[in-house]
Design a protein around this ligand. Structure first.
Ligand code: NA7
Length: 554
């Protein structure tokens, strides 16, 4: 493990800060750094035992980022990006966690971060324009501003299988993995779920387990990562042009990942050319597969060409015809859920110790003390891995009792689905900022690009308010209505809403089904946010403070 630094000091009861930040993932770390630069006092509360957010929790075997390390890293500090050497094309989780720790130490952030502390409630006082935040250690702190950096994929979801409590073996969730390595050698293992976490971990678990049963409800599209060590020369090649690469990621790319920009749609090329292009991307590996053509998530016939290509590749890899058929996704357009990036996932099903169980046709009936029962058959297992995902984007926010104007809770306001203006604020909840929230590009993008943009926007906004003696900022209902309509309109013009994905909240029973992230692209979105700021925060209501605010800094 990584953290060897002294842990943070507990908060004084009734302490007061300029800003309270929830979460010490990449958002919390950079936000704190920016707030310090503004001379503001801040306290970060983190429920985990160390910094790193999603990379602190997701320690399952094979966990790594699906965005290349040279792009999935902070750009705000020139020396940091020149000095940190990523070892592989796609950094594994322990290395990303080391990086988060390095950032915390390098910028001396730890002294304002309180670990092992959950924020339980945040209540806005309309008279003082302040938030009162209570934490799991019983402390109460106040601040004019709260920033939610709670992450989009940090609230692990455990489905309720009948009989779960009777299971006698160990149960692991990929998003809540133990800190010690787990050894499956000689064990019969069941993995439930075939999303990205499962697809990354299954090949490694299969190498250890005596028998591995993979319980699949929905097949996913996955492309090879082609992961490899990064040489010093390759790192230097990136760095030679880093400023321009970062600029392009921020401004020119839809998803914040620099890649060749397609100049045509899939049907503009003859079949052989198309196959050649898909083949080249398949061979170079990674998420940019979806960037071969400019209409793959817009046009069904175009999408079919890419989906068919991947299905053919699966058929070419997996020997058993029935397993191959089951592994070929057929119920959603490719890319309408983030495609997975794998190392030997499909080939793993050629191993004699690995069996795919179709729980779409035969749902899991119950968990037995030593087995998973599906289709009337007991699959004997000694350990269970739940790769069943997250209550994404809103789950971690929903766990906090947030009360805004008139005592209304955010959960009540969002009962029919999250509503925000720019993903940054929700009307009725003044001075509460959300980073990479619903209504922003968020999970559709390179998260670090999006985090930096949000944090910078919020920091600039706080400086603007301080300079003008403004005590509160709040999204107006009309601006929020217009933004929600725009987010839905853009989503509706694509194939994304056709998938039952966690983008839609479809994986959580009872969760309203609304397409949460903004598909317009990070470049367009950044421009919109900049324009709003340039027009004196158009769509936000600002109220001049009755008395000087503590956020005036010092
Ligand atoms: P995902 O992508 O939400 O995958 C969860 C998987 O678990 C998926 O295959 C689900 O099947 C399956 N699942 C969930 N609940 C059940 C129940 N009740 N029964 C059977 N199967 C179930 O989460 P991941 O952690 O893999 O990835 C999350 C993101 O992290 C990923 O998109 C990357 O951006 C990084 P379903 O599809 O719902 O039929």
């Amino acid at each position: 493990m990584v953290a060897t630094q002294p842990q943070s000091v507990p908060t004084r009861a009734h302490a007061r800060y300029d800003v309270i930040v929830v979460g010490a993932g990449f958002t919390g770390l950079y936000m704190l750094h920016r707030l310090r630069k503004l001379g503001l006092s801040a306290r970060v509360f983190e429920q985990g035992g160390d910094v790193g957010g999603t990379w602190y929790w997701n320690r399952y075997p094979g966990a790594r980022c699906d965005v290349e390390s040279m792009q999935y890293s902070f750009s705000f500090d020139e020396a940091l990006q020149r000095e940190w050497d990523w070892s592989e094309r796609y950094a594994p989780q322990p290395e990303i966690l080391r990086y988060a720790n390095h950032v915390a130490d390098r910028f001396d952030l730890r002294k304002d971060i309180q670990l092992d502390t959950r924020v339980e409630s945040a209540v806005f006082d309309e008279t003082s324009n302040e938030w009162t935040v209570t934490t799991s250690d019983g402390a109460t702190v106040t601040a004019p501003y709260v920033v939610l950096g709670t992450g989009c994929l940090s609230n692990a979801r455990v489905p309720e299988f009948k009989g779960m409590g009777d299971f006698k073996g160990q149960v692991y969730h990929t998003g809540h993995w133990p800190h010690e390595p787990v050894d499956f050698t000689g064990l019969r293992v069941g993995v439930i779920g075939t999303g990205s976490s499962a697809i990354q971990s299954i090949p490694l678990i299969a190498e250890q387990a005596s028998e591995l049963f993979v319980f699949q409800r929905t097949a996913n599209f996955s492309v090879p990562a082609r992961n490899a060590p990064l040489s010093a020369g390759e790192r230097e090649a990136w760095r030679k042009d880093y400023a321009e690469i970062r600029r392009r990621a921020r401004e020119d790319m839809k998803n914040g990942i620099v890649q060749p920009v397609p100049d045509r749609g899939a049907l503009d090329d003859p079949d052989e050319v198309r196959r050649e292009k898909y083949g080249a991307r398949w061979n170079s590996g990674g998420l940019t597969f979806m960037g071969v053509y400019n209409n793959l998530v817009l046009d069904q016939p175009a999408n079919d060409t890419a989906a068919d290509f991947i299905r053919e590749r699966i058929a070419g890899i997996v020997a058993d015809p029935e397993t191959s058929r089951l592994l070929q996704p057929n119920d959603h357009p490719v890319g309408s859920k983030r495609i997975c990036v794998d190392t030997d996932y499909y080939a793993t099903f050629n191993r004699p110790n690995v069996k795919l169980v179709d729980i779409r046709s035969h749902p899991i009936e119950r968990i037995q003390p030593h087995a998973v029962r599906s289709g009337g058959r007991d699959y004997q297992v000694d350990a269970l891995v739940l790769a069943t995902g997250f209550d994404a984007m809103t789950g971690s926010v929903a766990k906090i009792d947030i009360r805004g104007r008139g005592g209304r809770t955010l959960n009540d306001k969002w009962a029919e689905g999250p509503r925000t203006y720019l993903g940054l604020m929700s009307a009725g909840f003044p001075n509460l900022f959300i980073v990479t929230g619903p209504g922003s590009p968020s999970v559709l993008s390179n998260m670090i690009v999006s985090i930096e943009q949000h944090v910078d926007w919020i920091a600039d906004c706080l400086a603007y308010m301080r300079d003008r003696g403004v005590g509160s900022i709040e999204a107006t209902h009309s601006a929020e209505d217009r933004w929600v309509a725009h987010v839905n309109e853009v989503a509706g013009s694509t194939l994304y809403p056709q998938a039952n994905s966690w983008y839609m909240g479809a994986n959580i029973p009872g969760k309203p089904q609304i397409f949460m992230p903004y598909i317009g692209g990070v470049g367009v979105y950044r421009q919109i946010c900049n324009d709003v700021a340039a027009k004196d925060y158009d769509g936000f209501a600002m109220v001049v403070a009755a008395r000087p605010q503590a956020a005036a800094g010092g």
